[in-house]
Design a protein around this ligand. Structure first.
Ligand code: SAM
Length: 284
């Protein structure tokens, strides 16, 4: 079934009495060029199991299933299940798990579903929880090689900004700490049904195999990043002393060690400097 044909989509949604939920970020892809491109750029290929988040009516799921050995998709909306049974009837390598992706045990799902396979994540993410989903996938250290996802264009710009630039944020540092991020291509708002108010972009994160810091150092690093960016207009010393109660002189010493003045703000530190700075700070 052609799931980008508007007539088909309207027919199937109508027959199942489905209405879009704005709260669940339901904007389904209707541009036929997009899903094959996500699948081709997202490691959907022989030898891979693909974890999808949010199936909608299965338009991306089908393109993933054509290419990968197996697709397991987590979808929160129970109303979509009878629709997916119909739209994905031709595939015997797809499994739908009707859960909230933020609450399910993804380690267990990957272990049980993708034994012997390499693993990639592909999705057109629900916009209301883009950053929490991306950080959850990275922080939980799942055995995944890449995350290829559609996000709002503004979120893509923030995710792909250079760490140490004004455009960066805590999420920029987060993704760059865990992997390498690239903006693949832009997608206009007219490619979705219903059309959202903003354009989108597809990004890919290649996940690092090894963590850069020990667990305790890593916890402290993210606390520094979170607190530093929550008061990004202040100097790092002011932000960390007010948010974390760290003595300003310790902050000055650690800044000096990475070649920065006492007046530095968090957005001025590149990734290496942030890592070194937080290591110095935690060990003094
Ligand atoms: N992949 C489909 C497409 O591209 O047409 C649908 C994408 S739509 C932007 C996001 C999908 O994520 C919806 O199907 C929505 O029901 C689902 N969703 C929203 N919140 C979710 C959550 N917490 N866990 C799992 N799925 C969720």
């Amino acid at each position: 079934m052609n799931l980008t044909n508007i007539g088909n989509v309207k027919d199937i949604l109508g027959r199942h009495g489905f209405s879009f939920s704005k709260g669940l970020g339901q904007n389904f892809i209707i541009n036929p060029d997009i899903c094959p491109r996500i699948a081709e750029n997202g490691n959907a290929q022989t030898g891979f199991g693909v974890l999808e988040i949010g199936t909608g009516i299965g338009v991306l799921t089908a393109e993933l299933a054509k290419r990968a050995d197996k697709v397991t998709a987590v979808e929160i909306d129970t109303r979509l299940l009878p629709i997916l049974e119909e739209t994905l009837a031709d595939f015997d390598n797809v499994k739908i798990i009707n859960e909230d992706v933020m609450k399910c045990d993804l380690h267990k799902i990957i272990r049980e579903e993708f034994s012997g396979l390499r693993v990639a994540v592909c999705a057109n993410l629900p916009y209301y929880i883009t950053s929490p989903i991306i950080m959850m996938l990275l922080e939980s250290r799942l055995p995944i090689e890449s995350i290829t996802v559609m996000v709002q264009k503004e979120a893509a710009q923030r995710l792909c900004a250079k760490v140490g630039s004004r455009e960066s944020g805590a999420i920029t540092v987060g993704v760059n700490y865990f992997g390498t991020v690239r903006n693949l291509f832009n997608v206009s708002r007219g490619s979705f049904m219903p059309a959202p108010n903003v354009d989108s972009a597809v990004i890919r994160i290649d996940v690092n195999r090894e963590p850069m810091l020990e667990p305790e150092e890593e916890k402290f690093f993210f606390s520094v990043v979170k607190n530093g960016f929550s008061q990004r207009r202040k100097t790092v010393a002011n932000a960390l002393s007010s948010q974390m109660g760290i003595d300003k002189q310790r902050v000055y010493d650690s800044l000096k060690a990475v070649g920065l003045p006492e007046t530095a703000r968090i957005e001025q530190l590149d990734l290496d400097q942030l890592i070194e700075f937080s290591k110095m700070l935690v060990n003094t």
